[in-house]
Design a protein around this ligand. Structure first.
Ligand code: GTP
Ligand code: MG
Length: 212
């Protein structure tokens, strides 16, 4: 079956839920107290869609300001980016727009961008309106979704929309797939990419297979 590899990165403020989205997509898991990402983490996921196989190579970047300068390493050469904000945190939306501007300036000209308003399960705490965010995404020609890593709403959907929007070329007839562990993949010379967050009183379990 034809196979297409999609290099994709996630960008957005710390705590908006980038790693949670990836964890939900790749392993269908959710952790209340995920550790803040250090540097970036890498995972892969194989998806069969419309009789084509896509292998997402997912770079989950760290949102903390101290890691900002590392981001170009992950979005350079990326075919797609998911720019994430938190619908319950107003400041995360302009931060997402800053990431879009940086992608427009610095990333590949034909990068497919998806704007994802995460934590849509927390409707009562909403600070960013759907109408405003959707209008913004349409204006920049981006895919728009509201997601919830907690309930899994629109998680699979956003990756599938990206796959559909990418040019239907670059498929290779077959490839060795043994390198890819289903769900996660280790890169040589990588190290743990998660650090403990304060939200569980420092007692959070390390997610040892998210590495970079
Ligand atoms: P950095 O790695 O620091 O950049 O953060 P991040 O964007 O990867 O955020 P992360 O996935 O670690 O999520 C932060 C916290 O937000 C998690 O521990 C969850 O408690 C919470 N969270 C993530 N996604 C959701 C969601 O869809 N709904 C709700 N209610 N909480 C979420
Ligand atoms: Mg993270």
């Amino acid at each position: 079956m034809a196979v297409k590899e999609i290099k994709l990165c996630l960008l957005g403020e710390s705590g908006v839920g980038k790693s949670s989205i990836v964890l939900r997509f790749v392993r269908d898991q959710y952790k209340e107290c995920l550790e803040s990402t250090i540097g970036a983490s890498f995972m892969t996921k194989r998806v069969v869609l419309d009789e084509k196989t896509f292998i997402f190579q997912i770079w989950d970047t760290a949102g903390q300001e101290k890691y900002r300068s590392l981001a170009p390493m992950y979005y350079r050469g990326a075919a797609a980016a998911i720019v994430v904000y938190d619908i319950t945190r107003e400041s995360s939306f302009p931060a997402a727009q800053e990431w879009v501007k940086e992608l427009q300036r610095m990333a590949s000209g034909n990068i497919v961008i998806a704007v994802a308003g995460n934590k849509c399960d927390l409707e009562d705490l909403r600070e960013v309106s759907t109408v405003e965010a959707k209008a913004y995404a349409e204006n920049i020609g981006a895919i728009y979704v509201e997601t919830s890593a907690l309930t899994a709403v629109n998680i699979q959907h956003v990756f599938e929309e990206i796959a559909r929007k990418l040019p239907a070329d670059d498929f290779t007839p077959s490839m060795g797939t043994s390198y890819y562990l289903h769900g996660t993949a280790r890169e040589p010379g990588t190290r743990r990419a998660q650090e403990k967050k304060g939200c569980c009183g420092g007692g959070g379990k390390r997610n040892s297979d998210i590495i970079y």
